[in-house]
Design a protein around this ligand. Structure first.
Ligand SMILES: [Zn+2]
Length: 233
């Protein structure tokens, strides 16, 4: 295989590589945004857990206050009942007492349920703290890796561009003019391999002589798709 084939193949590889690097560098801010959203969600979940505990404690305090009032009222009603002799008045008072007792029972149930939920939420605190610590550590790790990765890619990009310039400078002048035109129009897809006479981009088959000349170092483009060809085994 001629050195022209090798040069074009290397130019193709480098141009594709540069395009991939640029695309990946470009994706960086979007990936960062996704990671920031994850961290924010973890922060919110952590805060929500403590807020929930706070609300449960408030509810418990309120319910306990109401229970105390209900018990006071119940004692008063029961004391009043003793003094009532008229059946109709007694019935009315008994109904009031039954209602107060139902309220008392419901409050006791609610307080018990709140206490149980509080206990469950309090027991979960170590797990919640660990999840939040893990989320922060993961984000810090991501930031560190992303910065290192970006630096590697930028270094690779600069190096690839320098090598590409050097390889392109090896192209003979008439070929370079066509090369520049096609590359300007098609980017990294301006180049393609030809294998066993077949253009690997558009699958067109070239004549035996043309392939022979291509392998021998002739600069040519695909008659079907216009791409710059390099022969490969
Ligand atoms: Zn083609």
């Amino acid at each position: 295989m001629s050195s022209l084939n090798a040069t074009l193949r290397e130019c193709h590889r480098l141009r594709v590589h540069v395009r991939e690097l640029l695309a990946e560098i470009d994706r960086g801010p979007r990936v960062l945004k996704g990671r920031q959203d994850d961290l924010e969600a973890a922060r919110a979940a952590h805060a929500a857990h403590y807020e929930h505990i706070k609300q449960l404690k408030l509810k418990q305090r309120d319910d306990e206050g109401t229970l105390k009032q209900t018990e006071t009222r119940l004692a008063k009603l029961e004391a009043q009942l003793v003094d009532l002799a008229v059946a109709k008045e007694r019935a009315a008072k008994e109904s009031e007492i039954a209602q107060a007792q139902a309220t008392k029972g419901a409050l006791e149930d609610a307080i018990l349920a709140t206490i149980m939920e509080l206990e469950e939420k309090t027991n979960a605190i170590p797990t919640v703290e660990k999840a939040w610590a893990d989320a922060q550590a993961e984000f810090a790790e991501y930031q560190k890796e992303a910065a290192e990765r970006l630096e590697r890619m930028q270094h690779d990009l600069a190096e690839s561009r320098t090598t590409l310039d050097a390889r392109e400078a090896e192209l003979p002048a008439p070929a370079k003019r066509t090369y520049d035109t096609v590359v300007k129009a098609k980017g990294p897809d301006a180049l393609t391999a030809a294998k066993a006479r077949v253009c690997q981009a558009c699958r067109a088959t070239m004549a035996e002589t043309q392939f022979f000349n291509l392998r021998g170092g002739e600069f040519r483009t695909c008659a079907a798709c216009g791409r710059i060809l390099y022969a490969v085994e």
